[in-house]
Design a protein around this ligand. Structure first.
Ligand code: PMP
Length: 407
């Protein structure tokens, strides 16, 4: 990339410097999970080496330090996404848990018989199944904004799908299967015009470009630490304070209470009310280190690099005979999804693996989306800030091998 010192950035990610199957590793599976910079690994080791204790309860020094670091991570996330208040940041396991939390609190308290929940045809299974479960439980109907052949939402149908029965609109910021970037500000404006709150699944967005939840004006935004250079097991549900304040409690247990008798419990205030039990303290600390890392590299420089590499990759793949790129949305980010004539996606994946190139082959947890393209699987190469043009070139060389094997 023009603006990034790639040698320095690659040196920050120790895992990249290894051989697999006798070849230098080419990691093109960052939409599944990103690799971690040394700064994140160090933050985890430092915490467990010096500060480990439970949070919010101890009177001793280590507990104070752990609490300070954990609450500091919450404030770090708030600043990173430009939320108004730290209590709008709820730590969860990842996007899956964040969406289930909303389905089971907001959903169960607001969605009743005859109501509707609106999603889109390009959601990840984790933004489909919790809403199906909710609708089944509530006697509500799940409605879907269809996707066109370019892999874009049919925005011409949106206004007619937002009805007076719509209780929530859940939509992904970026499609993990096609890379389509959805126009969230416009979607939120149109949903709010009908009085419908919006949940945005941000799993594939934060690692590529700047996200400002106040500018987007969404009611909920979810993110996954492990997809933005942080640890697995930590993620965030952002919710507008005025919405979160009205949610019934979710999981019951320690930390989410002010007082408990055997007859009655008085619940804690936000954000603790929605965080029962010992949280993933080290995960939050590791996530904060990842955000520091992203800011130190520069989020605008990362966005420019990722976009430039996506364009280079698109052109390089189009030069491979018999290769068809799936999804040609005008706005795309981070993902190259494709098929090769007469070769199954899994065979492509196996041959690429022998060349040291890690990609994903399959349905990418978006079976309804692939079904509407009439396919069961695609090959997906996904990019992150540590990828280079050389990685794309290695992918293309591997694809020529695939063609030789299947010729
Ligand atoms: N939504 C999207 C768009 C995703 O790509 C993913 C992860 N593949 C998820 C949700 C689920 O995230 P997690 O598995 O981290 O909970």
């Amino acid at each position: 990339g023009a603006n990034l010192d790639m040698a320095r950035i690659r040196a920050d990610f120790p895992i990249l410097h290894q051989e697999v199957r006798g070849r230098p590793l080419v990691y093109l599976d960052s939409a599944a999970t990103t690799q971690k910079p040394q700064a994140v690994i160090d933050a985890l080791v430092r915490y467990y080496t010096h500060d480990n204790a439970n949070v919010h309860r101890g009177v001793h020094a280590l507990s104070e330090r752990a609490t300070h670091a954990y609450e500091g991570a919450r404030e770090r996330v708030r600043k990173f996404i430009n939320a108004r208040e730290a209590k709008e940041i709820i730590f969860v396991r990842g996007c899956t848990e964040a969406i289930n939390l909303v389905a089971q609190t907001y959903g169960r308290s607001r969605v009743g018989p005859g109501d509707e929940v609106l999603i889109t045809g390009m959601e990840h299974h984790s933004d489909i199944v919790p809403w199906q479960m909710l609708c089944q439980h509530a006697g509500a109907t799940l409605k879907v904004v269809p996707v066109d052949e370019r892999g874009e939402l049919r925005l011409d149908l949106l206004d007619s799908l937002l009805t007076e029965r719509t209780r929530l609109f859940a939509v992904t910021h970026v499609s993990n299967a096609l890379g389509t970037v959805n126009p969230i500000r416009e979607l939120v404006r149109r949903a709010h015009a009908r009085g419908v709150p919006v949940l945005v699944d941000g799993a594939q967005a934060m690692q590529h470009f700047r996200v400002d939840v106040r500018e987007l004006d969404c009611d909920f935004y979810t993110l996954s630490g492990h997809k933005m250079f942080g640890p697995t097991g930590i993620g965030v549900l952002y919710g507008k304070a005025e919405v979160l304040e009205t949610l019934p409690p979710w999981q019951g247990g320690g930390d989410m209470i002010l007082s408990v008798t055997l007859d009655k419990t008085v619940y804690n205030r936000l954000p603790y009310r929605l965080e029962a039990g010992t949280p993933d303290i080290s995960g939050a600390i590791g996530l904060a280190a990842a955000l520091d890392y992203l800011d130190s590299v520069g989020r605008d420089a990362i966005a420019a690099h990722d976009q430039e590499l996506l364009e280079y990759g698109t052109q390089a793949l189009e030069s491979v005979p018999g290769l068809r790129i799936m999804g040609k949305a005008k706005e795309r980010s981070g993902v190259l999804s494709f098929l090769m004539e007469d070769v199954h996606a899994h065979d492509v994946g196996t041959i690429l693996d022998r060349e040291g190139v890690a990609i994903r082959a399959g349905h990418h947890c978006a079976q309804p989306l692939l079904a509407c393209f009439g396919v069961a699987a695609t090959v997906r190469a996904s990019l992150a800030l540590y990828n280079t043009r050389e990685d794309i070139d290695a992918l293309v060389r591997g694809l020529h091998k695939v063609r030789e094997v299947f010729a």
